[in-house]
Every structure is written in C-alpha cells, then in structure tokens.
Design a binder for this molecule. Structure first.
Ligand code: IMP
Length: 422
C-alpha cells in the first residue's frame, strides 16, 4: 500500500511543508489533493526560506514527481509567480511537475466574489484569505466551474466570458461590480504560461506509479479543523482537508493508503474567525506568537494562539486514522516553566467531555487544563531525540497516552536539520 498521507490536525499552519520536505526523499511522488493559494507551506534549508502556495513541497528534489491533483483549485497568476521564484533560485521543474486537467481554475472574478461576499458578512466574517477559494469550489460543486483542461479548448475565452457574466450576476444583488478588468491581462498571460506546462490526467499518472510499486506522499493543506464537513463550520475552508480527501482529490482508491502522518504544533494557532476554545488573548498568547513567529505566510496576518487542545486533536486523529504524530515547534515553549494542556472541555451544563461538541457550541465550552512542567531549556541546539530533557520526554509520553498514537518526529527549530526522529 504505497500511498501515505500527511495532514494537519489543527487549523492549518502546523508545519506540514517542513515535514514533507524531510520525508520527500523516501518517496517517488508528492501530490497535492485539495486547497489552493490559501495555503503557505514554508521550507527552510541551506539558510534560505521558501514559501510554496500551490506547488507540491517535493519540488526541490529533482527525482521526485510533483503532482497538482484534481482536487486542487489553481490560480494561474499565483502559480506562475511561484514558478518564477523557483526558476530564479535555479530550481528546474519542467521535467517533474504535473498538473491535473481536472483541477479547477481560480478566475479573477472568483477573487472578486470572495471579497464581496466576505465584506457582506459584517461581524460574522470567515476571515478568508480572499484568494477565491470558496467561490471556485462553489462553481465546481455547482457544475459550472472551469477546469485546467478547458484552457486547451479553442473556445476557452468564450467559456471564460460566460463564467464572468455569471459571477457578475452573483455580485449584482450586493450592489457591487466585479472590477476585474485590471487583472485580466495578467490572467490570460498566466493561462498562456500554464499551457506550456505538463497538463495531464494525473489520476492515470499516479495509478501507473502505483502499479510500478512506486511510493506516493499525499500532501494536505490547511488542517482538519478547517475541513468543510468536520471543521468548525462555517468557519472553515471549502475543501475536504482530511485524509479521505486524498482519494477523491487524486483519484486514488482507499485501499492504497497506508500511513497517515498527523502534524500538530505543541500549541495551537488559528487565523481568521471562528471558535478557538484554548485561545490565549493576553500576554502568554503574545509570547507564543512572537516566539513562534506566528504571522501568516500567505496573508501576513497575526495568528491567534492558544494551548494545545486534546479534544480537538482526538477528533482529528479519529477522522484521519492517524498512524504517527509529528509534534512541531516544541522549541517555541522553551521559555515556559509550566505548560498547559487542555485535556477535556466543560460544557454549559457542567459536564466534562473528552470529545468535540457541535461547532455551534464550541465557543461555549470551557477548557479543562492539566499543568505540566516545562523543560525551560533551549532546544534549538539539541540534535537527537535521546538528548531531550526529562520534562519534554514526560510531556511527549503524556500526549501519547492521551492520544493513543506514537509521536515519531519532534521539531525543535525551523531548519530541515532540526527535525528529530524518535
Ligand atoms: P479560505 O480558505 O481562504 O476561504 O479561508 C477560510 C478559513 O480558512 C479562514 O479562516 C482562513 O484563515 C483559513 N485558512 C485557509 N487556508 C489556510 C492555511 O493554509 N492555513 C491556515 N488557515 C487557513
């Protein structure tokens, strides 16, 4: 069963890009199955930081095939800019980057609609990245979307105009015009560029690899608590971010899936609106934000921060069938003499539960914390898991007992080399 899936267990930004980068050399292909330019996967190596939005994180390894799957929504303009940056850094992707002809195209009018509908939400804003994700997935499900493969058809421009007319009719009740004219030249130039890339039926490509016994890593974006079905709806993204999404987002049968790597930080963050039970709005939250450099890699927004949330993690582990946990950014808690772990929630009627209530009630629960001793040591120079201080070993053992999944990787710094296997 040579497909492993890597997913975020929280509200995104767990450090998935870093782990894909570390694990990639043992795979033949890395494939993205959902999301789009709302993602920002950061990889740091050789003293340089790279942020990828739509390009799979295996791109820096020339022998790995990188696949943008059918479940992705692709913005050609952002994609072209990303690839230009890779070219500037000497990365050649001509031979190892493939894009599904069934992936959906994000148009400038999708972005405009995203902005218009978000503005209209007043004080119940989703906090969208405004990259056009929701409107593009709406068109896909509504069966009116444009696919990457459509750019190869002679009537693409006509189809584009029809889509824009449809979007203008959706914007009209808000009293707004789309105002996309300044972006259209760039869009069409990016579409021309997209035509020069390897556009194909990636479900065949991936299944052929499986037949040859090759290994594929499916790279998730966002996180399980942002899943359109199981996340904190409606404060979610518009795709299936959980492991099951890898099957529909790549055209791979469930029986091929083996390991599921669940990525979590040693604390929690979230960008945008929506409930966040363990959120810390005071000094401690700010300390975590600064130590963890918790500012969005796509939007630059300060992220909300809080203690690790085990009810939410248990839920995500269950949904994804996680077989291994990777604990990221442990070093961010170096300066804390004591660390809090939310083990349960107390509901309005005073009951303690290890589970997640309906998202509509999530802002009414009170987290129940257990205090653990902090390691209070600089972890960034630790080079082997065997050297972890005793309080960190105890913290890891506590999490493993509560979550019933082994923690096989602990990350203690941004660089590739600070990723320690246990
Ligand atoms: P959208 O997917 O841009 O519409 O945003 C919906 C929600 O998901 C907002 O709260 C965003 O902040 C959040 N979100 C989307 N992508 C990411 C991500 O890659 N990391 C963290 N949060 C994200």
């Amino acid at each position: 069963m040579p497909v492993d899936v890597l997913i975020g267990l929280q509200w995104g930004d767990e450090g998935k890009g870093k782990i894909v980068d570390v694990l990639a050399p043992t795979y033949d292909a890395v494939a993205r199955f959902q999301g789009g330019p709302n993602a920002g996967h950061t990889l740091t190596f050789d003293g340089q930081k790279h942020v990828l939005h739509q390009v799979p994180s295996g791109i820096f390894h020339p022998h790995i095939l990188n696949v943008v799957g059918n479940g992705v929504v692709l913005d050609p303009v952002v994609f072209r800019q990303e690839l230009q940056k890779l070219t500037d850094r000497g990365v050649d992707y001509a031979h190892n980057l493939y894009i599904s002809k069934k992936a959906q195209l994000i148009l400038p009018s999708h972005r405009a609609l995203d902005r218009i509908s978000e503005e209209a939400r007043g004080n119940t804003k989703i906090g969208s990245t405004l990259k056009g994700i929701g409107p593009t997935y709406s068109d896909k499900i509504g069966r009116v979307g444009l696919r990457v493969g459509h750019i190869l058809l002679p009537d693409f421009e006509k189809r584009y105009r029809e889509a824009v007319a449809h979007h203008a009719s959706l914007a009209a009740p808000y009293g707004k015009a789309l105002e996309i004219e300044p972006f259209e030249a760039d869009f069409f130039a990016a579409v021309d560029f997209l035509r020069t890339l390897q556009l194909t039926d990636t479900e065949y490509l991936l299944n052929d690899l499986l037949t040859q016994g090759k290994r594929i890593l499916a790279e998730g974006a966002q996180g399980s608590m942002l899943d359109v079905d199981f996340g904190t709806y409606p404060y979610v993204t518009s795709s299936s971010t959980i492991a099951a999404g890898a099957c529909t987002g790549l055209g791979i049968a469930p029986r091929h899936i083996d390991k599921v790597y669940g990525i979590t930080k040693a604390y929690c963050t979230r960008v945008g609106g929506g409930p966040f039970p363990t959120e810390l709005t005071g000094e401690v939250g700010e300390q975590i934000r600064q130590a963890g450099r918790e500012f969005g890699s796509t939007t630059g927004r300060p992220r909300r921060t809080g203690w690790i949330d085990l009810p939410a993690l248990r839920y995500a582990i269950m949904l994804n069938g996680v077989t291994e946990l990777h604990l990221m950014k442990a070093d961010v808690l170096d300066a804390f003499a004591e660390i809090e772990v939310c083990t349960h929630y107390r509901t309005l009627d005073g009951e303690e539960t290890p589970n997640l209530p309906d998202p509509g009630q999530l802002d009414q629960v009170t987290p129940v914390y257990q205090q653990l001793l902090g390691w209070y040591t600089d972890l960034t120079n630790v080079t082997e898991a065997a050297q972890f201080p005793k309080p960190l070993q105890d913290y890891l053992a506590f999490l493993e007992k509560e979550l019933q999944v082994p923690i096989t990787i602990v990350s203690v710094g941004p660089d590739r080399v600070s990723t320690l296997f246990r």
